[in-house]
Design a protein around this ligand. Structure first.
Ligand code: SF4
Length: 269
């Protein structure tokens, strides 16, 4: 017991001070993409053809963040002249249409004020459903409970039963095998309830889009209230630590941006 207390005292507080302080992101972090409208159509078309997710609309010069896996191909190919990635990690949107963007994303404030605060006050209990995810999104959601990120300090907790939850967080592309379990979990959650889609797979099917093993897209099955884009970086060419950190930072969108808009800055001070 004394040793434990001694250790805790020596280690001090390990919880991030974000959002009071900014977070140092790794140099290779890719956040919100910026589309440079002045780029030529030929360059945009070249990027669109190379995009593995078919996420680029070359005609309108837009990127679908629901499909984008942040691989960086378009930025490399255009040398930043058509697409460049900023370090903004607050990408959550309330409407799927908003995922198709030239770089700007609407504020969540109005939607959140009307929706989340009214329904849940300062406490949000969530049940996570992995609808055939690869476990990258799931692992990073799990990390939010660790002392550094400490999701509970914002009043958000993951709970074991949907009957104790205010909503569900869905990851994965919704396979045919998981469709029933997903719908039953949603049904078991008492109303009012929210649905939060996390990751490219939940938003659009991701790399599994079009597979016969995938059921309907999540937003056709359930009323999604919050879309959180992103996909885990490829581990082969990224060092392990930044890769993990990046994804965890991604999920700060879930607690930080949404809570800030829902409850105002005061709760975060
Ligand atoms: S970063 Fe996104 S838009 Fe660009 S090529 Fe990769 S998947 Fe496509």
């Amino acid at each position: 017991m004394l040793n434990t207390l001694k250790n805790r005292f020596e280690q001090g507080c390990r919880t991030s001070a974000y959002p009071k302080t900014t977070i140092e992101l790794p140099a290779r972090y890719r956040g919100q993409p910026r589309v440079h409208a002045e780029a030529s159509f030929e360059l945009a078309a070249e990027c669109a053809a190379a995009c593995p997710q078919h996420a680029i609309d070359a005609e309108r010069k837009l990127i679908d963040l629901g499909r984008c896996v942040f691989c960086g191909t378009c930025e490399r190919l255009s040398e930043g002249r058509f697409v460049s990635f900023s370090r903004n990690f607050e990408l959550a949107v309330a409407k799927k249409d908003h995922l198709l963007t030239g770089g700007e994303l609407p504020s969540l404030a109005e939607h959140a004020k009307k929706h989340f605060k009214k329904l849940f006050g300062r406490s949000l209990q969530l049940r996570q459903v992995s609808a055939a995810g690869c476990n990258a999104c799931e692992a990073d959601l799990n990390v939010l409970a660790t002392p550094f990120f400490d999701l509970a300090r914002f009043g958000i907790n993951f709970v074991a039963s949907p009957r104790h939850a205010d909503g569900i967080v869905v990851t994965g592309p919704v396979s045919r095998n998981m469709k029933t379990a997903l719908l039953q979990t949603y049904e078991a959650t008492p109303a009012p309830k929210v649905v939060i889609a996390v990751g490219s797979c939940a938003l659009s099917g991701g790399p599994f889009h079009g597979s016969p093993e995938i059921a309907e897209s999540l937003d056709r099955l359930l009323p999604v209230d919050l879309y959180i884009p992103g996909c885990p970086p490829a581990p082969a060419d990224q060092s392990a630590c930044p890769a993990d950190l990046l994804q965890v930072i991604e999920y700060f969108r879930l607690n930080i941006e949404y809570l800030r808009s829902a409850f105002g800055e005061s709760i975060l001070k």
